[in-house]
Design a protein. Structure first.
Length: 115
């Protein structure tokens, strides 16, 4: 009887974790507001957020992406991502910050340099 209980408990625990997935890594979302277009450097960004989760190019500009995506079969997804585009001088040219939230006081943000 004890073996059956333990087996059922183990199957339930495995079932709960099988419905969840996490991709990316947590980053300091509260520091996004400190980014200044044309002033914040790659070194500043790395100091604020650590190493990027992904790097790439977008329209010829180097990009760094910070992302944390948590999915569950039993609840709403919790996601956030920050994509930073750099100019030729290594300063932030623009960035996009998005997150899923029920809090309307923390909306997604996009900023770009100049006109």
């Amino acid at each position: 009887m004890k073996l059956i209980k333990n087996t059922l408990l183990a199957l339930m625990v495995v079932g709960l974790f099988a419905g969840c997935a996490t991709v990316g890594q947590p980053y300091a979302e509260h520091k996004v507001a400190d980014i200044v277009i044309g002033e914040t450097s790659k070194a500043d960004i790395q100091s604020m957020f650590g190493n990027p989760w992904r790097t790439g190019l977008e329209s010829g500009k180097q990009t760094w992406t910070y992302g944390n995506y948590r999915y569950s079969a039993f609840s709403d997804a919790q996601t956030s991502d920050l994509v930073i585009r750099y100019n030729k001088e290594g300063k932030v040219a623009s960035y996009t910050y998005n997150r899923t939230t029920a809090n309307p006081e923390q909306p997604a943000k996009t900023k770009q340099a100049g006109p």
